[in-house]
Each structure stands twice: as C-alpha cells, then as structure tokens.
Design a protein around this ligand. Structure first.
Ligand SMILES: C[S@@+](CC[C@H](N)C(=O)[O-])C[C@H]1O[C@@H](n2cnc3c(N)ncnc32)[C@H](O)[C@@H]1O
Length: 221
C-alpha cells in the first residue's frame, strides 16, 4: 500500500477545550505552531532534534524540551485540546525549543522533512484501533516504519510504547524482521529518556489493568 493511500490514523472529533487551552491557542499559536505546508528547515537536520508523534497532553514533549535545552523538539498532534495544553505548559516553563505541528504527521514526514533529520523519534501509546476491521488505521505499519527509518539519523533512537498487546506484538514483528534496527536495552539510554513522566494515557491504561509494553531501537542502517 502506498503511504498516500492509507487510511488516517485518527478521526477528528470536536473535543472539549478548556478556557486555559483556548487562551493559550489564541495567544501562543504563532510562537510555537509551524506551517505544515512548508518544508521543515534543513537546519533541523544539523542540530540535535526530536519528534514526539501524537503527543496527547504533551507531558513527554515538555520533559524532552526541559531536560535537553540544546535539543529542538517537534511535537505532532491533531487534537486542539492537546495543543492548547502543550502551548500553555511551554509558555509557563519559558521553553523556546519546542515546535508544534497541528497536522497529520504522515504526509508531513513524507513530503516536508529531509531524510536523516532527527536524533530521536518517540511514539508513545498510538491509538490502538482494537477492532480487526480498523487495524489498517494503525499508524505503526510497514510503510510508516520505513518512513521513520529514513527520517532518523544513523545511530539515533526510535522509542515505541503501547498498552495494546496485539498492536505491540504486530509492530514488534515488523521491526524485528527489519535489519535496519537494533534493539537497545534501557540501560544504554541517556538518563533523560529513562526518567520519563507518566502521561495521562499511561495512567488510564494502568487503571484499566492493561500491560505497558515498550520497544527501544537504534537505527543502524
Ligand atoms: C492515545 S494518544 C497518546 C498520547 C501521548 N503520546 C501519551 O503517551 O500520552 C495518541 C495520540 O496520537 C494522535 N495522533 C494519531 N494519529 C496521528 C497522526 N497521524 N498525526 C498526528 N497525531 C496523531 C492522536 O490525536 C492522539 O492524541
């Protein structure tokens, strides 16, 4: 399947937006949100940079930006409430190394991002699409894994977490099949990637009794 033919991994619903999120969107949009119809500046590939795919409420994005001030952190999310939360926290913490993409990350990565660009890509708890008929909407499929590989620099890390056993197993099979990756042990990671904050999705998954799985890989080719 060609990546442009794939079904979207999200369905946009009108979610509730708090007054704080609304204020942050009105006041801070221009400072942090990038124009997804334009190419990501090639300078991104020249400095340490990270991409947090589907950042939800932005806890991990904030953590990366705070603990690695020398790193440029790009967070991608389609939900406005999440963008509002991240904008508000980024402002509160006076962070100036965060950029936000409020669009589907798939075409953006494919068309607007140079290859060998990021030093780190995180994908934590992507939407599980549990019904069999919806599995094709899952983001982490063969074509997307190949795309992520292209956009990472050699020696860089792809960190994937899922609370959905079937999704995790299927994605792991694809990643293991591929000799472009090497599995990394947690102890090989820098501290800032070991002490990650718990996200609200993670809390919900644990409260529902689901097991949290993770896979950390280094791009070797
Ligand atoms: C279950 S949440 C996980 C949030 C967060 N990573 C965490 O750990 O709490 C998955 C998020 O991915 C976002 N998402 C799904 N497909 C996306 C896409 N193609 N581009 C950007 N964001 C996407 C959804 O809007 C959703 O907020």
């Amino acid at each position: 399947m060609l990546i442009q033919d794939r079904l979207k991994s999200f369905v946009l619903r009108k979610g509730r937006i708090t007054s704080n999120q609304k204020r942050a969107i009105n006041e801070l949009w221009g400072r942090f949100v990038i124009d997804g119809s334009r190419n990501l500046e090639s300078s991104w590939a020249e400095k340490p940079s990270a991409l947090d795919i589907g950042f939800g409420a932005g806890e991990t994005t904030i953590h990366l930006a705070k603990t690695k001030p020398e790193m440029s952190v790009l967070g991608a999310e389609v939900y406005l409430s999440g963008i509002g939360s991240l904008l508000s926290k980024a402002d509160e913490e006076s962070l100036n190394n965060i950029s936000i993409l409020n669009e589907d990350v798939v075409p953006f990565l494919k068309e607007r991002v140079p290859d060998d660009c990021f030093n780190l890509i995180l994908m934590f708890y992507p939407d599980p699409w549990p019904k069999r008929k919806h599995h094709k909407r899952r983001l982490l499929q063969k074509d997307f894994i190949d795309l992520l590989n292209k956009k990472l620099k050699v020696g860089s890390v792809f960190y994937f977490k899922s609370d959905w056993e079937h999704y995790f197993q299927e994605a792991s099979k694809l990643l293991f099949k591929n000799n472009e990756w090497r599995v990394i042990e947690k102890r090989e990671l820098e501290n800032y990637l070991v002490d990650l904050p718990q996200t609200s999705f993670e809390r919900k998954a644990l409260a529902s009794g689901r097991k949290l799985n993770e896979l950390i890989l280094e791009k070797i080719i």
